[in-house]
Design a protein around this ligand. Structure first.
Ligand SMILES: C[S@@+](CC[C@H](N)C(=O)[O-])C[C@H]1O[C@@H](n2cnc3c(N)ncnc32)[C@H](O)[C@@H]1O
Length: 277
């Protein structure tokens, strides 16, 4: 039997889902989030043809399972839009990129959009680069974008947006310059798409010896984590940065000295954090 109406979660199931989400994403829900969990997980029972939350709990115990991926995608909040909060993109355009390329136009510049959601942040960065560098093929500048959700990474990789999505943060001129209109959607131009790559990554997991970045934007995610996970996140981000690399976090987020690793700076209306040795 497949359920038509999502059943109510028992208190025990609620606690087990809260624990599961915490362990797998770092996102800190509490029992006041019963409605959020039921409204997001109820439809999953239908989608995966499961009868009960107990069945879902059994399936998600395997980290790589479709059921676990579906649960993570349903729980993560993917709100984002182009040029969100504006100032960080001015910082990138007028300070960070000129500082990195000023002395040597052939310098390799690596930028990360961490917790990138559906890609608007990474593509906004690509638009900034296009605006200041004109011919992107002449420069060695790359953007890598990460997110924990497989589903959102697939969406971001497509670079395809609705008219509502492009109108959130972009002028008509930018839409015309940076997208091809295909039917009722907008496709990011190949030149911008070619400098951005997307992959799945849990920012709380220990950092593998991967390449390091000059600039990391990691915005509007830390507030979902509790203290220990915040410390782990900032430690991981510090180890993903090159010496003097720069971290930009969200407008309502804070990084206090207790986490070490960084020195706070302000420029172009934006706070940023420079990695200290
Ligand atoms: C609110 S969106 C922020 C998107 C974008 N950075 C912005 O500021 O517009 C938060 C994103 O963080 C991702 N996320 C949550 N926990 C994560 C984790 N542990 N590792 C990587 N990404 C995570 C979610 O999947 C979601 O897409």
């Amino acid at each position: 039997m497949v359920v038509d109406v999502a059943p109510t979660m028992t208190d025990r199931e609620l606690q087990r889902f809260i624990e599961h989400v915490k362990v797998h994403t770092g996102i800190n829900l509490d029992s006041s989030k019963r409605y959020l969990l039921e409204s997001r997980l109820g439809p999953i029972l239908q989608k995966l043809s499961l009868n009960s939350y107990a069945d879902l709990l059994r399936c998600v115990s395997v980290e790589s399972s479709i059921e676990n991926q579906t649960l993570i995608s349903a729980i993560t909040t993917n709100e984002t839009y182009f040029f969100r909060d504006e100032h960080p993109f001015d910082l990138l355009k007028y300070k960070l990129i000129p500082d990195l390329l000023g002395e040597n136009e052939q310098a390799i510049v690596k930028i990360a959009s961490a917790a990138c959601s559906s890609g608007q942040e990474a593509y906004s960065m690509a638009m900034v680069l296009k605006e200041i560098l004109f011919d992107l093929t002449r420069f060695r500048v790359k953007i890598k974008a990460f997110d924990i959700s497989d589903e959102i990474i697939t969406t971001a990789s497509r670079g395809e947006y609705s008219s509502f999505e492009v109108q959130r943060g972009l002028t008509t001129e930018k839409i015309r310059c940076y997208f091809d209109r295909i039917g009722d959607h907008y496709q990011i131009k190949p030149e911008l798409r070619s400098i951005v790559s997307f992959s799945k990554k849990n920012l709380l997991k220990p950092v593998e010896p991967i390449e390091k970045f000059n600039i990391i934007f990691c915005r509007n995610v830390v507030n979902y984590f509790e203290e220990n996970d915040r410390a782990q996140l900032f430690k991981n981000l510090a180890s993903m940065l090159l010496p003097n690399g720069v971290l930009v976090i969200g407008a309502t987020e804070f990084l206090n000295n207790q986490f070490g690793h960084f020195e706070k700076k302000v420029d172009k209306g934006s706070v940023y954090y420079e990695k200290v040795a």
